[in-house]
Write a protein that binds this ligand. Structure first.
Ligand code: HEC
Ligand code: HEC
Length: 501
């Protein structure tokens, strides 16, 4: 697949972004608030055109080093090192001003709670038709996502990219990884499970999630998250007539949770696991909040990763990052990426990143208004959460619909996002042909409230390569094989979904 660098000139401009788009060629492109000095126009070609430029002299020092190398004056220390260390110092300073720190170790979680959580997330008993578990869509073998553009829920067959539904039914969004959730205050692509500043948790269940349930949650928003997949018909519950759980009304959250606790209570092994996990509380006095909290405890122990090259670099090891990854870290923090991917986890607020819309959508009309449907604020239309980025290399495809299959293509999208959106060719990025005809022709609407940071975000091929190298340096080696997190069996005796079986 060809990446576009830079975008071709001369295509029609849309009204929504005409003011900020390149009007002639890259050489004369300029953002409204920022004009290049003629003498520095070459930096438009080599490097990002927004934000602070590479430090003066960086390139010339490279060529100086190259010259020295080529005339063989390298008897003692490698000349690459001072350069590397200079850049490392610069990146450390940028990281400190931006508040990027190594991720701390998570709080320990009691073993019994982890054992219960592990059983629950792999047990198909939590689904109406006993045919899908949480981990069917968050497979350890595919980095706790499902390696699919859009997920396929209950009633589907096969796993990962091979999974399909007999009626071609898709979940409206991509299944994100469940990495590094401790401390996350907003979950789902639209943040509809959210810990508010007063510590209360806002969810789609509103006051059906009682203060007593809230009191059970030990890990913040992530403790509440597991309450919801079980209520979704297409994800786990099934259609009316299928089973008792599916016969309950969609807004009867308490009924659904109570039904599941009865199912679990019929299995003595579960009763024992629950009572050991919450010493002093009888199973009969527990609610599904105890189950959901245990699932969060399991995620917080098994899927937290902070031993990436980037973390090692931040802890003081300059050699943890390659030259390219270091340059990528600098670019990430200077050209605009870090305006949205903030804090140590790189997760941020909600933004419209100008990505295309396809699939069933969430509105009934194949649209997905993202954050707007949570806050009811029209300005939040098509805003989605800026994702945390550790292990991102392992969690393809990318975007809230899995719009891009590779890191390279997703990052390339940011190079003049509006033009990239106009040129988006679903057949080139999405393997599932059933989705191709569902691409909406709504570029104008999407761009109408595209995030302003994207108006001026442009970069060249070298910066692109460095950014990708940086993102790859966010991988914890121990996340590459997570098969040890899968239990041998679950208390219901139902089969566990495993890849390659
Ligand atoms: C049918 C596939 C499917 C099943 C089954 C499923 N999930 Fe998910 N999961 C998804 C999708 C898709 C999303 C994103 C949905 C959205 O943002 O609207 C998601 C989001 C999440 C998130 C939020 C991650 C984040 O960073 O925002 C967590 C945590 C999670 N699921 C855990 C679970 C648990 C626990 C269960 C079982 C109770 C479960 N999932 C069952 C597909 C699934
Ligand atoms: C305007 C805010 C913003 C800027 C600037 C930004 N991002 Fe993002 N990023 C987001 C949002 C929002 C998402 C999720 C978008 C969606 O799916 O709708 C995202 C998603 C991603 C993803 C995919 C994550 C996943 O799991 O699917 C990657 C990788 C990424 N960004 C890297 C970058 C890099 C590299 C840059 C700089 C070139 C950058 N971002 C600049 C907001 C931003």
């Amino acid at each position: 697949m060809k990446l576009i660098f830079p975008v071709r000139a001369g295509r029609p401009l849309t009204r929504a972004n005409a003011a900020t788009r390149r009007v002639d060629t890259m050489m004369t492109w300029r953002a409204p608030s920022f004009q290049l000095e003629p003498s520095r126009q070459d930096t438009v070609i080599h490097g990002a055109v927004t934000g602070p430029r590479r430090p003066r002299g960086f390139r010339s020092r490279i060529s100086w080093a190259g010259l020295v190398a080529s005339v063989g004056l390298l008897a003692c220390d490698s000349p690459a090192e001072p350069l590397h260390d200079d850049l490392a110092t610069e990146v450390r300073m940028l990281a400190a001003t931006r508040g990027f720190e190594p991720l701390p170790n998570p709080r320990p979680v009691r073993n019994d709670l982890v054992t219960l959580g592990r059983a629950l997330v792999f047990d198909k008993l939590l689904s109406g038709n006993r045919n899908i578990a949480c981990m069917t869509c968050h497979l350890p073998e595919t980095a706790t996502g499902d390696a699919r553009t859009l997920s396929v829920g209950e009633g589907g067959t096969g796993l990962g990219s091979q999974r399909s539904h007999p009626e071609g039914i898709f979940i409206p969004r991509n299944s994100p990884a469940v990495f590094n959730l401790p401390g996350a205050t907003r979950l789902f692509w639209d943040g509809r499970v959210e810990e508010m500043s007063d510590g209360s948790i806002r969810t789609p269940a509103k006051d059906q999630l009682t203060p007593e349930m809230d009191a059970v949650f030990e890990f913040g928003a992530v403790s509440a998250q597991g309450m919801f997949p079980v209520t979704s018909r297409h994800e786990m519950r099934g259609q009316p007539g299928d089973n008792g759980l599916a016969d309950l009304d969609d807004d009867d959250f308490r009924g659904i949770w109570g039904f599941l606790m009865e199912r679990l209570g019929d299995i003595p092994e579960y009763v024992g696991l629950f009572e050991r996990s919450y010493p002093g509380t009888l199973f009969d006095n527990m609610s599904f909040a105890h189950a959901s909290n245990a699932m969060a405890g399991f995620y917080n122990v098994e899927f937290v990763f902070n031993n990436t090259p980037w973390d090692r670099f931040l802890r003081g090891d300059n050699d943890a990052l390659s030259d390219s990854a270091l340059a990528g870290a600098r670019d990430f923090m200077t050209i605009g990426c870090a305006n949205c991917h903030k804090k140590s986890n790189f997760a941020g607020d909600f933004h419209n990143a100008a990505l295309p819309q396809f699939g069933p959508g969430k509105t009934g009309g194949r649209e997905d208004f993202g954050r707007e449907s949570v806050t009811n604020l029209p300005g939040h239309r098509r805003r989605f959460m800026a994702r945390p980025l550790r292990n991102v290399e392992l969690t393809a495809p990318y975007g809230h619909l899995g719009q891009f299959a590779t890191l390279e293509t997703f990052v390339a999208h940011y190079n003049d996002a509006a033009s990239q959106l106009e040129e988006y060719d679903i057949a080139a990025h999405v393997p599932d042909r059933l989705l191709w005809p569902t691409l909406l022709n709504n570029v104008e609407e999407i761009l109408a409230n595209q995030d302003p940071v994207l108006f001026t975000l442009r970069f060249d091929e070298e910066t692109h390569a460095n950014l990708v190298a940086f993102l790859r340096a966010l991988t914890d080696p121990s996340a590459r094989d997570l098969s040890h997190t899968i239990p041998e069996r679950v208390p219901s005796g139902l089969p566990i979904d495993r890849m390659n079986e």
